[in-house]
Design a protein around this ligand. Structure first.
Ligand SMILES: *Cc1c(COP(=O)(O)O)cnc(C)c1O
Length: 393
């Protein structure tokens, strides 16, 4: 989608028929334009621009959607994670176990609490944290285990929660990519001590700006996040703890209330695209994401592993197919973390960063677009040696 301005006032949206966008965020607005415009107008007309009923209604509706006792809206996903970690007791000098293969926000949240990171590699046949390695990484200084449901697929929660219980270590979930996902028939959102959400525009449930939330069944965790996110204050101008300003914007809350109503339908559309990819890309030179029987992914991303990833990505790009890489550089070798963690032998994470390729997926990607992706990618792979990449399925 491209935007052209004529005489500074008229905006035309041009859809190039031969381009397949990685994700069309604008289409989420276009589909719901009337309802979203009304919702935003309602906030403006209410004259309440900080917190208020719109935020509270969203918190109630989202808590209800994920079957959690409490939901506290916050400014963004990183803040949700940071405040959740603080609320379960992470302090300066503690150790926090984090996935080695994740978006850097998962790490930054623990770092901002003053904790030392203990990165753990993903499972051999998936992308989520390996429970066996989690147990091996525990020391007497471990204060929290962070689980990420990466790409929309829930992690092995039962095993990790059991390890947490046995060692009396709280578990925090990073659910920024898993809105609506099910683990053994139960929605992600209340399994652990605290669940952190991002509503960044490209997420399955996305605002039109930054937004986040923490859901939990623990009233003490909810209270602490609420107080810390609002200047450490329960009663106006009484500041009992050193808080911050990390509130959910009511305009974004109003947008999220509209989009929450279509979340399940839009997740189903993503699953339909994922099914087309999985059925039609069964071939040797590519590793496809797995379909677990005890969990359902919400297909935030459809990530394959291929040899010569960068070359394949370039050919797809020339054919007009946009793809993504999640993520090209693992956190431990980023310049910001390299000094402290760069020497760790996180081999699988390093390998994944070279092999992963995210195909276009989203609620507005059509079946015929998915078929085009399959055709073009299939043709590229025919020219390749049929050797296995990454790990076996
Ligand atoms: C998006 C994302 C975050 C951070 O969310 P923001 O709202 O951008 O701060 C954290 N963790 C994961 C896994 C994410 O995908």
């Amino acid at each position: 989608m491209s935007l052209i301005t004529i005489a500074n006032t008229v905006h035309f949206v041009i859809r190039l028929p031969n381009k397949i966008p990685f994700l069309d965020v604008g289409a989420t607005y276009i589909e719901l334009k009337t309802e979203i415009d009304n919702a935003i107008g309602r906030v403006l007309d209410s004259f309440t621009y900080i917190l208020g009923p719109e935020v509270q209604n969203f918190e109630d509706e989202f808590a209800n959607y994920v079957s959690a006792g409490h939901c506290v809206g916050v400014a963004n996903g990183l803040e949700a994670l940071r405040l959740a970690l603080r609320a379960v007791g992470v302090e300066q000098g503690d150790e926090v176990i984090v996935p080695a293969h994740t978006f850097i926000a998962t790490w930054l949240a623990a770092t901002q609490c003053g904790a030392r990171l203990v990165p753990v590699e993903p499972e051999l046949d998936g992308f989520n944290i390996n429970p066996t390695l989690v147990e091996a990484a525990i020391t007497e200084r471990t204060k929290a285990i962070v689980v990420v449901h990466l790409y929309g697929q829930p992690a092995q929660l039962d095993q990790i929660l059991e390890i947490g219980r046995r060692h009396r270590i709280p578990v925090v979930e990073d659910a920024a990519q898993a809105h609506g996902a099910l683990y053994k028939g139960v929605k992600i959102g209340s399994h652990s001590d605290a669940v952190a959400w991002s509503f960044y525009p490209s997420k399955n449930l996305g605002a039109f700006g930054d937004a986040g939330a923490v859901t939990t069944n623990r009233i003490d965790v909810a209270d602490r996040v609420r107080v810390e996110s609002n200047y450490g204050s329960k009663v106006k101008y009484e500041h009992d703890v050193l808080g911050t300003n990390s509130r959910l914007d009511p305009v974004q809350a109003a947008v999220l209330r509209v989009k929450l109503r279509v979340l399940d339908e839009w997740n189903a559309r993503r699953e339909n695209i994922a099914r087309i990819y999985s059925q039609k890309l069964e071939m040797k030179a590519i590793v496809l994401p797995s379909w677990a029987t005890d969990r359902s992914s919400v297909w935030h991303l459809y990530v394959v592993q291929v040899n010569e990833r960068d070359r394949i990505r370039e050919v797809l790009g020339k054919a007009g197919i946009e793809t993504g890489i999640h993520y090209p550089v693992p956190p431990h070798v980023q310049l910001s973390y390299r000094n402290e963690y760069g020497q760790l032998p996180l081999l699988r994470s390093a390998q994944l960063s070279k092999d992963v390729l995210s195909l276009p997926i989203g609620p507005h990607l059509t079946e015929s677009m998915a078929e085009s992706v399959v055709d073009v990618l299939g043709n590229i792979l025919i020219d390749q040696d049929p050797f296995m990449v990454g790990t076996q399925k």
